[in-house]
Design a protein around this ligand. Structure first.
Ligand SMILES: *Cc1c(COP(=O)(O)O)cnc(C)c1O
Length: 366
């Protein structure tokens, strides 16, 4: 065996295409609307911002490594046992902890065709293999996921609702997926957009986690709570899984300003309600208005929409992206999600939403 002449990463690492965040700039445009990362147009709760500032006087102190007060606040808000909650530096942190704890060389983790890109990245980083289950109508397909299970499968990642498609899997179907999985396969329900969903047949995962030994639910403060900059997420799971993740997480993986802001954000239910109302109104409006222009919009239950463009020179997603950017509307190209001719738009302020529709109308010659 030849000895390498320099350090070599473990197998899988160099197969990763590094995550490319949504762009935030439109060069030469005075007013830019960033609609590329599903951030809330309403900002964080004023009381969360206050709580964040208060911690500035104590920056020399380590945070509470167990995020105890925050877990208790989450427990109160959602009616959950705080001992079965673990917090992370964004749900990214938790997804990576799951991969590190439950995947090893040669294992397989399933995600769906247009599933969130963090899943294959976290999987490859452990030396395991990401397996892609095909979707139907831009929606995760339970039968296809179950068909992709092999003796090597250890984890199934399901974003529900999914990003970037905005589609969701009804609770009955999630339960059917769970019933079809072997008991040693971990089902990860990533419910980053749960707060936005207004459908009677949707459930984020709380009930399934409470009644099984192989399901976890990940949530985030980055979306409706408007705290993406602070990196804060949480996971609800069976005690044995929370125990395993607690052993490998960074001892202070959540910072003190994030803990303080998170607790205050949970308490400001009026702000969450306003954000939900704003979203519901403009999600419907955007879907309808953009549809009227002759563009196909995938029906979304999140705070963003996926817009499909005609397969015609000059009318493709990249052409629309260029025009929108020149007007200050920064949307998300989703090529990396195997959607080369679509753009994802986060629901923005009224001003941003109207400007996008006006610009797309011009683009479509309407
Ligand atoms: C935005 C998003 C998250 C949240 O990520 P954070 O690390 O908590 O900011 C998780 N899952 C999906 C599918 C997302 O779109």
């Amino acid at each position: 065996m030849t000895v390498p002449q320099r350090p070599v990463p473990r197998p899988g690492v160099l197969a990763i295409d590094a995550y490319v965040p949504g762009k935030s700039q439109a060069p030469g445009v005075a007013k830019v609307f960033k609609l590329s990362s599903n951030e809330t147009p309403l900002g964080a709760s004023p009381s969360a911002i206050e709580a964040y500032k208060t911690v500035a006087a104590h920056l020399q102190d380590y945070p509470d490594g167990a995020s105890t007060d925050l877990r208790q606040a989450i427990g109160r808000t959602f009616g959950l046992d705080p001992d079965r909650i673990i917090c992370g530096a964004g749900s990214d942190d938790l997804l990576n902890l799951i991969a590190r704890a439950y995947l090893a060389d040669g294992d397989e983790a399933i995600h769906t065709t247009h599933g969130f890109l963090v899943y294959p990245i976290a999987t490859l980083g452990t030396g395991a293999r990401p397996v892609v289950a095909p979707e139907k109508n831009f929606t995760a397909d339970v039968d296809a996921i179950l068909k992709a299970v092999t003796p090597r499968t250890k984890v199934v990642f399901l974003a529900n609702p999914n990003n970037p498609t905005g589609t969701y899997v009804p609770f009955d179907e999630v339960k059917r997926l769970h019933r079809g999985l072997p008991p040693h396969v971990l089902l990860v329900l990533d419910a980053a957009y749960a707060e936005y969903v207004r459908r009677n047949d949707y459930e984020a995962g709380i009930e399934l986690v409470a009644t099984s030994e192989n399901v976890v639910m990940c949530r985030t403060f980055s979306k409706i709570y408007g705290l993406a900059a602070l990196r804060l997420g949480w996971l609800y799971g069976p005690a044995h899984i929370v125990d395993a993740l607690n052993r490998i997480r960074g001892p202070f993986n959540v910072n003190a300003p994030a803990i303080a802001a998170g607790i205050a954000a949970l308490a400001d239910t009026a702000h969450v309600e306003r954000s939900r109302d704003h979203n519901e109104r403009w999600l419907g409006w955007l879907t309808e208005e953009i549809g009227k222009l002759g563009l196909v919009v995938t029906p979304s239950v999140g705070n963003f929409i996926l817009i499909h463009f005609p397969d015609k020179p000059g009318k493709m997603a990249k052409d629309a992206d260029a025009l929108l950017t020149s007007r200050g509307c920064v949307l998300r190209a989703v090529r990396a999600y195997h959607l080369p001719n679509a753009l994802r738009m986060s629901v923005g302020t009224e001003e941003a939403n109207r400007l996008v529709v006006k610009t797309l109308a011009e683009f479509m010659g309407k």
